[in-house]
Design a protein. Sequence first.
Length: 301
Amino acid sequence: MIEVQGLVKRYGSFVAVDGIDLNVEAGEVFALLGPNGAGKTTTVEILEGHRKRSAGVVTVLGEDPETSGRSFRERIGIVLQSTAIEKELTVREAIDTYGSLYPSRRETDELIEIVGIGEKADARIKTLSGGQRRRLELALGIVGDPDVIFLDEPTTGFDPSARRQAWRVIDNLRTLGKTILLTTHYMDEAQNLADRVAVIAGGRIVAEGTPETLGGRAEAETIVRFRLDAAAAEMLPAIGERITAGSGDDIEIRTPDPTRLLHLLTSWAVEHGHELATLTVNRPTLEDVYLRLAGEDPGDE
């Protein structure tokens, strides 16, 4: 549905996008992650046909977005970070107005159900909460029944409850067979929604994969943490890479083989009558991997 080869975008001597390759399959939710200024927005605007590229090959739905016409734009849906909608319209009136521009469209009542704002169907937009308005913007983005949907930071500024509601909406779009390209700063959002993710930094794709495998996450060392008094810690067998933190009671062990480590550790604790307090087993989170790949200094966009 989306194919990108060697995409470059220059602004004078500044290279915003530096030769990226990207492929998004039909029915896939693909998340593009990266700090501000990394090139996410520029890339998405090129895919939408709103910005010209400097070099490279781009096809969306088999067409070049830069030269395609109205028939192409009728097949894509775009949800920006904010949308100007006439506030005096009701939710139903706004969807009907936007829908009238498309030769093929989804029914208003169906869209209201998909995005979950049935209780506000006849309310004026100016009375909606931020989360309700965002759900309306999602409805407007898919009113033309698009094949590809671009979601730019769809839950920025949401409280946790509103974000979860928005995730359910995006899951509903997935069940409709839509192809979705999502940009987000929230790693839990990418973890829960995306089939695949790519990290862009400095205008280049630095890693791509599923949320579970990105950047070697699946093979990364597991971290086992627990609390043990100093006397017992002295007797602890040498297993894995051991780090003692804080007062000496907190112990962290890194290992590529967590099953074996836990077997040895718990067997030793039971045999010697020790309690491994606050025992936790963790591998690097998607956020840990992202920060390593993209760097911790996001800069400005």
